[in-house]
Ligand binder design. Sequence first.
Ligand SMILES: [Zn+2]
Length: 597
Amino acid sequence: MIPKEVIEEIVARTDIVQLISGYVTLKRAGSNMVGLCPFHSERSPSFTVFQGTNSFYCFGCSAAGDAISFVRRIENLDYPDAVEFLAKRVGITVIDTDVHETRSRFDRKRMLEMNREAAHFFHDELFKDNPEAAMAREYLLGKRALARATVNHFGLGYAPNTFDTLTKRLRSLGYTDDELVAAALARRSEKTGNLYDYFRGRVMFPIIDVTGNVIAFGGRVLDDTKPKYLNTSDTPVFKKTRNLFALNFARGECAERLILCEGYMDVIAMHAAGFPQAVATLGTAITQDQARIMSRYTKRVVISYDMDEAGRHAADKAMKLLEEVGVEVTLLRLPSLPGVKDPDEYIRAAGADAFRKVLDGSQSKFDYTLDKILSKYALNDPQEKIRALAELREAIAGFPSSAEREVYIGVVADKFSIPAKSVREDVERALARNRRTYKKKEGETLRQSITGYQDRINPEFSKTPGIARNEETVLGLLLLDPTYRAALHRDPPVLTEDDFLTAFSRRVFCAVRDKIGDGEWEISALNEDFTPEEIGRIFGMRNRRMQLTENGDKLFSDCVAALKEAVAKEKITASDDPMAALEQVLKNKRSDTKGEE
Ligand SMILES: [Zn+2]
């Protein structure tokens, strides 16, 4: 366990605005700061940072918490690692007092060390004096024309085509079979139970996170074996949907733009040619998480995908996800050159300067859409022309800026030789319809959050919403004001865990009573026992009570009384008298539907 004083010190020394500014662009709004939420996709900011209480709250998705829960969420770290992350920032050394408590973290560290050993092993294998290694070198240094320095920079390697060479090596370093399997470096044969290496006969690309840890690998075959690429499956230290290849190098170079490529080799070729802003997803289409991660580092992304059917489809998806997080997207269009299919070949044929010009002149989303739609329809046919116009109208309505829409309306009017006015009317109708759909969706989300429908954090909430709301009111007041908390330590206490019906509220109550002292930011003490999502819920309880401090005393005593009454009723219901039980059920129903707030 990390001593409480150390946590307090770390949280007190962390400037939450400065911390969050590293990930989110914040603007002042009154006494608080607001920005676009890094945990859900939105266009207008509902993510609020309260400097006074060192906390954050998103009015859109209810993400909330302190510096520690922010880091847990955004860096995908468990509790001890998040504490260490913040400790490093403010220059405090954390010494853990209990090894058993941090077993999972110990495993994480070992897994990262084991991955690093594996990366060294693959790299050494690449330069061994044997025919297999020579073939791998020929692929990287010959066929792909990489410099030796590039191979070293990316830590590329080779996994020999043997049964268990890596497994034996890692065992000799003291790693257990279970650890090897958990890290997805080896698999267990179903027939014999023996371990065998997961990557065999492949050129290896280590995947490194932004803090420099080797978290996974991608492996490419040298012949036509399928699959061509094999990637580490998700492990305790790796989620493929939340990482990007080469972001560790690109992160410091991409203020102007990031280049999103399809594969590892494209990325490596670009870096080698002087474009260290290139990254790639890890063998899957881009995800929301990846789009959000990119938006933390840059405001502009150039998509460099093959423009075949599959590539266009992937580009459409990437464009949509990136725009949702406020990133401007353009598409790379390679000038046609004989024998040139991808950026790697283009750079080799035309040179880095020519490629830079291509990057600068990459195609806007509108031009790309216009091209795509125009190529789909035969415009000399009136019916087809109308369909093309309908698609363009929808596309233009999708642009959030009215100035931009106006420009595109002009372009389309020219192109089709029709008055701009009629295009504009069509676009406006589409806009109005989109707004209605959006409102409807938003209302639905809000309704679900209010009624507790699909409540994963407190699944019992919807069973007795009236009582559960009272519980949250009481907890909110307890979190907000130390005088209420003091009342829990009186003899007899004003409230005990037995007064709570839902298990989640009960758990929060015990933590509040036992862990929080009388300081404002001590809510940080809850990080140890709750997930970041649960912390969000707990902060929400507190924040909802902030406006109600004036009649707080009455509210508190009313809710406490209501809880005690509800528990008493519950006891009768559970007793043996069937008549009393029935009566109670009916009464409960009535009081639930009243709604206490
Ligand atoms: Zn949010």
